[in-house]
Design a protein around this ligand. Sequence first.
Ligand SMILES: C[S@@+](CC[C@H](N)C(=O)[O-])C[C@H]1O[C@@H](n2cnc3c(N)ncnc32)[C@H](O)[C@@H]1O
Length: 344
Amino acid sequence: MSNIMEIFNILKKLDFSYCTRHGLAICDNSLTVLSKFPSNSINLVITSPPFALQRQKEYGNKDQDQYITWLLSFAKIVYEKLRVDGSFVIDLGGAYKKGVPVRSLYNYRLLIQLCDEIGFHLAEEFFWYNPSKLPSPIEWVNKRKIRVKDSVNTIWWLSKTENPKSDIKNVLVPYSERMKKLIEDPAKFYTPKERPSGHNIGASFGNDNGGAIPSNLLQISNSESNSLYLRRCKEFGVKGHPARFPEKLPSFFIKLLTEPEDLVVDIFAGSNTTGLVAEKLSRRWISIEERIEYIQASSFRFIDSNINKTKLDEIYNSINSESKINLKDYQEPKKLFNGDALNF
Ligand SMILES: C[S@@+](CC[C@H](N)C(=O)[O-])C[C@H]1O[C@@H](n2cnc3c(N)ncnc32)[C@H](O)[C@@H]1O
């Protein structure tokens, strides 16, 4: 199955909460929804599952084993629904074992099982460094001062085959000042030569490629405080989703691993950051979240800032798991979107 519109034609027959120009938000258990997808239909699943920390109050080995088994049941079906050149990107926060200042290995155990049992390849591991993360756990870091603050999440980029679609030209980062000078006047800075390490520097080192190659350490602050989403949550007296990831995170992987019109899916969508980013980048998206209050508030992300409170109220209150609200009429086309709208 390759045609994206064919896939959407199958999926739009399902109940959904709202649709936009490029995507669908579905309120249900993602295991149920994923089972309805055609095989080999998704280009990228990117998600941040409820962490072991948030899902359970106990962190003994047994519970972590249960957590891994739970997550593997989703991964198994993701594998089946991904296209051959598709990718599965999973963001996992670390955790301590209960009552001791020793880290759990659950995220590493999960990685090994994803590869050994399900058949994923580890295309590359990433580390998301969030400088604005607060120190925790309080007992080991703030009170006893025996552990430093944990500000890195592991992100596993998994693929169905050894050669998933990817293009780093889409995620180049700005050159350093030194590199800019080198590009301006290469002869002044270096002469092509062989190095003892074998990393030979040739004349092409000074070429301007439009930006530098990014590393697998992603430094992204998670400190959103004044977005349309948060302002509207405040206006409606609802709490913003407590575990949102920053837009730059899905943006990096969506640009790296997909092209416009490709299908991006988030199976633990929360406030639907992934859907918003996919929409901005003209990718088709489907976001699945089991709690309706998160889906309702996530609609704020897609409704133009000119829409008045009465209308917003009406939309917000009419969203339920089968409301099929069409938000296209409240989206400002040129601001967010380039591609053709979906036809619902
Ligand atoms: C860590 S949050 C995701 C936050 C999201 N990345 C964002 O930026 O808002 C995980 C979400 O998964 C949802 N969830 C947990 N189990 C689920 C399931 N079986 N199906 C669908 N959603 C689920 C939770 O309700 C929670 O909102």
